[in-house]
Design a protein around this ligand. Sequence first.
Ligand SMILES: [Zn+2]
Ligand SMILES: [Zn+2]
Length: 823
Amino acid sequence: MITRTKYNPKEIEAKWRTQWEAEQLYHAPDDAPKPKFYNLVMLPYPSGDLHIGHWYNFAPADAYGRFLRMQGYNVMQPIGFDAFGLPAENAAIQRGVQARTWTLANVNTMRKQLRIMGAAWDWQREIVSCLPDYYKWTQWLFLQFYKHGLAYRTKAPANWCPGCNTTLANEQVLPDGTCERCGSKVIRKEIDQWLLKITDYAEELLDFSKIEWPEKTVIMQRNWIGRSVGAEIRFFAEIDGQREEIPVFTTRPDTIYGVTFFVLAPEHPLVEQITTPEHRAEVEAYVEQARHMTEIERMSTEKEKTGVFTGGYVTNPVNGEQVPVWIADYVLMGYGSGAIMGVPGHDQRDFEFARKFGIPIREVIRPEEEAPSDPATWTEAREHLGVMVNSGPFDGTPADKAIASITRYLEERHTGKFMVSYRLRDWLISRQRYWGAPIPIIYCPKDGMVPVPEEQLPVYLPEHVKFKPTGESPLRYEPEFVNTTCPVCGGPATRETDTMDTFIDSSWYFLRYADPHNSEQAWSQEAMERWLPVDQYIGGAEHAVLHLLYARFFIKALRDMGSLHFDEPFTRLYHQGIVLGPDGQKMSKSRGNVVAPDEYVDKYGADTVRCYLMFMGPFDQGGTFRPDNLEGVWRFLNRFWSLVSDSWVEKPDGEESSESRAVERLRNKTIKRVSEELSNFRFNTALATLMECNNALIKQQNEPVARSTAYRDTLETMMLLLAPMAPHISEELWHLTDHSGSIHMTDWPEFDEALTQDETFTLVVQVNGKVRERIQVAADTSAHDIRMLALNNPRVASFIGEATVQKVIYVPGRLINIVVRNS
Ligand SMILES: [Zn+2]
Ligand SMILES: [Zn+2]
């Protein structure tokens, strides 16, 4: 017997966390002979408040890592902070503190909160992305992209607030197109920006064959990349006596005879030249108006089509027709070439545009065997494939040959070509902001753009800066930062004042975890070969396209530069669900329904909160946080605690019996089920299995079987199976029951498949001494149930007939004899 105590999480949880940390229990050594397992959660932003959503991501992820460690893996489970970004900068402006001070204070708070969870973090590998020992390598990476032609500077449109005199991130522009800070109407302005050439990898990024990711995420990435196959067709115009070619991309070159108008994006460079003097005023007004709209507004299918005629014409290369040129905001410069051929008969957007402006609509594609119809009577475009009609020499070309025939014709005449187009655009990485890694580029009046030599990295971000009330990046007004010397000629030069998008920081942090203290390199080859790629990545589905796509791009680009040996960053990916507030609504500060885990940890301990979140429902579905339901989990842990303290015996002296064999089967079944559930992230059913086992043991607590070896082994097994989910209580019970070493370093229990099956025997049923039936029954069926089984068996019943049952004799585990007398 062990000394009976009350379950007191407050005391034991703090005690064990201190001890685990003192022993560096969760440090993943680089030289362990065991197979590695890299278990990763998404890099948290140090908002200064670890909320229940973090717990919901991290606690089950931790249980999974612990489960694998007990299964014999050298598990690396690091944590760090995505510490650059806008909120710190806004806090700095609003509260008059330095962004660095604010951020590092938050990091400190979150470190404490993360410790309370009792997760098996390897703190020796922590990274904080706003510290120079990290961003030095972010800058180094930028230089590698630059040297390999994957980073370039060009004019690109930005959201510009005329009130604040600064660029805004998309999330700072309110849905009505105004600045969230000052309410001015945001405009689009072309400014010099830095981009990474992710489009070079569009095709490879569509290959998901090497990773096991949720199908939804794969589909979202596919759509985001948006591959389409078609043709580039070059229309041409006479501009100032010169032949000017204007390419368009279309997935339907077979409709080219149906072109009745041509549209340029308002930003298209040829707009000014193609516009005739009598249309100039109207065109310029329209261009100005389009600048005041966001892309989302412009692309909305709800929006009524607008546009103006330029007075100019282009020539259709297949039939020489003169086609009127319009400008319209539904054509965007960033997509394709910023120009489209208008085929109103067979494209819905073009149809709406033509109807509004009275442009003719032609039928050039018709389903086989259908009679010609008058497009004037159509209510929508006919986007289906079909036989080419009204198409000159191509009339009668069947649907399956139409696209190929016309593409070949264009290629032969050098007016077009087969083309694959992508929706994906290059990644705009420069931010006209302060709190980010400075882009390591210098501008020299003599030498132009010069990369900062690698040995001069990091380009330090000044720590104490003065913010202007407008929110403009203070870097531009820091002469000590801006003014420098040119690395080429030694003359005076200036630094780039843009900083990098924080998505750059999170595109490579998982590499740094493998080699966090390397001061010579971003990482060593050795570390990469040891730890990468990430075996399991766990985080929110809201990162499906940006972060997860950027990280894949980074790895592929670095592989091609010779820096990495693998193709994909994250072999397996899991998205946890979302925890809703107690009112069933998404948690938000404005609703006031944000759950802070701390008060529940205070009341019940971290183990209860961890288990509650895992028990709430399937991990990928999330659920509503109901404070009352914590009680149920709390009671389970208490009952298990009492069971072990009451029933643990040092030396079991009970005899083997059918009851003890049943307990042993229960033990094996429980191991099998919990192992399967944990392997598949089904923490809720794993816990349910443990609760069932706990109840079964409690029922027999005062019976002789409680003194058997099987019973004692089952208590021990329960501790082990519970350890990944409730690490503190299981560790405490492990030591109370005189085990040595941490339970978390103990091997996961094994099971015997044969013992996971129910034991059965063949029951022989006699009626008046004659064998009438044989029935298979479970070994632990009670004598009462066996009598009922025998008496209710249809065959047996037919032998009893109308007779009266006088007596039933049961020989346990063998036979039953029913004595009857005819009345
Ligand atoms: Zn503003
Ligand atoms: Zn120079």
